[in-house]
Design a protein around this ligand. Structure first.
Ligand SMILES: [Zn+2]
Length: 320
């Protein structure tokens, strides 16, 4: 009986807490406000999570399907600008999305404002319809970024600005915890851009951990070593993940030894184009991954790389 009363009180308190937090006068564009009541972090893993690191040439485009939501992280570029095929149109993304039968995208996350990540964002918004456009809120002057915001406005797509500490609910028990950029990076770069000063756009990348049951994957955009150092200091061993999307296409600007050692991935996936003009992936990165016994798949050699997990076990396979 007494236990019953405690249970009743607990439910009452919880209900009140939810009601109170729901009354906050927050900014609806803010992800932590929007998702503060979600249960993604504690929800039980059910069904299947599929993550596809799509082969889109030199660039990033990662398709996530949780059974409840379709999320696209980056879109690759509109042209093969960085694959030494300069002016040729790049239609690999649309071909891949059509092959997957994608009709609508719930969340499009733009990690940072470089064209090899968001070159096709405006076209994706127009062609598929996007419920939420997620970005770091740094007011980039890049054409691809501005076109994406314009398309979002025209299509009635909600914009969600995220920063370190926010958690996005991807549905069916899948969550994405944002680790970077911090409020400080966002504020500094916003101020510097307004003063026409140069910023390191790669270090503005949205970095985060995708979690589903026991499975986790670190998504990194093009974040470089300075960010890796900050993340090591801020998160230490909680960076540990089963799968690692190597930052910056396997460049030696990133994947520092201590960082990869701390993440301790079983698999690394590198997204890069054949004959790309940067020589990605760099041999330093490949050596680090080899030394740490990480299995590596590259999209230029393996094509689209697919990760499938039920929250307990997982598989990683290239299409070729
Ligand atoms: Zn890039």
């Amino acid at each position: 009986m007494i236990r019953g009363i405690y249970k009743y009180l607990a439910v009452m308190l919880l209900t009140m807490a939810v009601l109170i937090s729901g009354c906050g006068n927050g900014n609806s564009d803010n992800a932590s406000e929007a998702d503060s009541n979600n249960t993604a972090a504690t929800a039980e893993a059910k069904g299947q999570l599929t993550v596809k690191v799509l082969d889109v040439g030199q660039g990033d485009a990662i398709l996530i399907n949780t059974g409840e939501q379709v999320i696209l992280i980056d879109t690759g570029d509109d042209k093969y600008r960085e694959d030494n095929r300069k002016d040729e149109d790049n239609n690999q993304l649309f071909a891949a999305l059509d092959k997957e039968g994608i009709k609508h995208i719930d969340k499009l996350i733009m990690t940072h404002a470089h064209a090899d990540h968001i070159g096709k964002a405006a076209k994706v918004i127009k062609k598929y319809g996007v419920t939420e456009l997620v970005h770091n809120g740094i007011p980039s002057a890049s054409g691809a970024f501005r076109n994406a915001l314009k398309a979002a406005k025209a299509q009635g797509t909600k914009q969600v600005k995220v920063k370190a500490g926010d958690v996005l609910d991807f549905g069916n028990g899948v969550s994405f915890k944002v680790l970077s950029p911090t409020t400080q990076i966002i504020e500094n770069d916003t101020r510097d851009l307004q003063a026409d000063k140069k910023v390191n756009v790669n270090n503005e990348s949205i970095v985060g951990i995708l979690t589903f049951g026991d499975f986790s994957m670190l998504l990194t955009g093009d974040a470089e070593k300075e960010i890796e150092k900050d993340l090591l200091a801020a998160y230490g061993n909680s960076l540990k993940c089963k799968v690692y999307k190597a930052p910056h296409h396997g460049s030696h600007t990133s994947s520092t030894f201590n960082y990869v050692k701390t993440v301790q991935p079983e698999y690394a996936i590198i997204s890069c184009g054949t004959n790309n003009r940067y020589g990605h992936p760099h041999k330093e990165t490949m050596q680090t991954l080899k030394k740490l016994n990480v299995n590596v798949l590259e999209t230029d050699k393996s094509g689209t790389v697919t990760v499938i997990t039920d929250g307990k076990t997982y598989s990683v396979k290239g299409e070729k």
